[in-house]
Design a protein around this ligand. Structure first.
Ligand code: EPU
Length: 343
């Protein structure tokens, strides 16, 4: 277990903002967990778990506590039958490495198991999957998650939790809401993947991509490659531009409100979803810069940190976007990424 002191949260997160964390502890093996929590408890310090830092925004006041950085590694096949396979992945693995592994695995007839191929090129770690029910291009964690193994900080022991105990919803779970926040360190996830390929209709932008290229062979590898190309053309590469992916959640409306919105010419998707990217773009904000933060000109849902000096700048930029969208359409956007530290 490696402990470092006074590390800027900006260095640990892809938005590259935030003051110093008092301690940063690398969790390299399961046994480090009990030790790390003991260390924090003895000093009466709070803890915060970080994976790749791609969906967490650091605040200016820093964090007077211990950030536990997830470095747990390993992917194992634990069970399989004619049709499906169960994979156990340690939570510190990169999600994209797990996808790569799954699409290259021999299934007895061809290469690849289906279930997470549309989650290709999402930055971040496997541990984030159950926390916010990571989803993209028509697939979401909830559809494939079987169980998780967690370290429970409250009871000081490892526990096995089944997927249906996790209250998985849109960007939501027991891990990011209510009493569950900060209580569990996810050590591994077990996924159930299938031999059967995805079938159309696909998520709109994926369908367009496949139609344009007349692709009809929807192997997991083909879908992975398609999603990778779509993402590369739309979403900033965190290595080049500082961002936290989608900065706002999409808006979900009940049936009556959705019908009202549709009547006004606002796009309403399945489940009453209004794409917030559309609202931001049609409020005229695409490519606009506020306090060093820029609304991406490729995907309006993404805020890029061009040269914001602080979290305070980001907060002002966020407000400017929320206000402009509310003034034009009457919907109040909500932030998607989590936050770490004191304001
Ligand atoms: N749109 C615009 N202008 C824009 C962007 C989007 O008009 O600048 C409209 C279009 O109508 C487009 C629709 O919004 O068809 C949906 O856009 P897109 O498919 O790009 O997805 P999104 O709603 O912007 C969500 C997730 C992404 C995920 C994609 C693909 C959230 C908050 N975001 O974005 O997740 O990759 O769908 O499934 O749900 C993330 O969470 O960080 C993230 C990138």
């Amino acid at each position: 277990m490696k402990i470092r002191e006074n590390i800027a949260i900006a260095e640990l997160t892809t938005m590259r903002l935030g003051g110093a964390a008092r301690y940063v502890i690398d969790i390299e093996e399961d046994k480090d967990l009990a030790e790390a929590y003991k260390f924090a408890r003895e000093q009466n310090l709070p803890t915060y778990i970080l994976g790749g830092g791609s969906n967490v925004i650091g605040r200016d006041g820093g964090f007077n506590g211990a950030v536990l950085v997830n470095k747990l590694r390993g992917i194992y096949v634990i069970d399989s039958d004619e049709q499906s396979i169960r994979l156990c992945a340690k939570s510190g693995e990169l999600l994209d490495d797990l996808v790569e592994y799954s699409v290259k695995l021999w299934n007895g007839e061809s290469y690849g198991y289906s279930g997470i191929e549309a989650l290709s090129k999402i930055p971040g770690t496997v541990g984030a999957m159950p926390v916010q029910n990571v989803g993209a291009y028509g697939q979401e964690t909830k559809q494939v998650l079987h169980a998780v193994c967690v370290y429970d900080y409250q009871d000081n022991c490892f526990k096995h939790m089944m997927a249906d105990e996790l209250d998985l919803g849109y960007r939501h779970s027991v891990f990011n809401s209510g009493d569950g926040v900060g209580r569990y360190f996810i050590s591994s996830v077990t996924l159930e993947l299938n031999k059967t390929w995805l079938q159309p209709p696909f998520y709109t932008s994926l369908q367009t991509y496949l139609d344009e290229r007349e692709i009809t062979n929807f192997t997991p590898q083909v879908i992975r490659d398609a999603v990778a190309e779509i993402r590369a053309s739309k979403l900033p590469n965190p290595a080049k531009e500082a961002s936290a992916g989608s900065f706002f959640k999409n808006v979900y409306l009940d049936e009556a409100k959705a019908a009202e919105a549709a009547a006004k010419g606002i796009p309403v998707w399945e489940g009453g979803k209004i794409p917030s990217g559309w609202l931001i773009e049609n409020a005229g904000l695409k490519g606009k810069e506020f306090y060093g933060m820029r609304v991406s000109d490729k995907a309006a849902l993404v805020l890029i940190n061009d040269h914001a000096a602080s979290y305070a700048d980001l907060a002002k930029a966020r407000q400017a976007v929320i206000d402009a969208v509310e003034a034009k359409f009457g919907y109040r956007l909500e932030q998607e990424p989590m936050e770490l530290g004191d304001a």
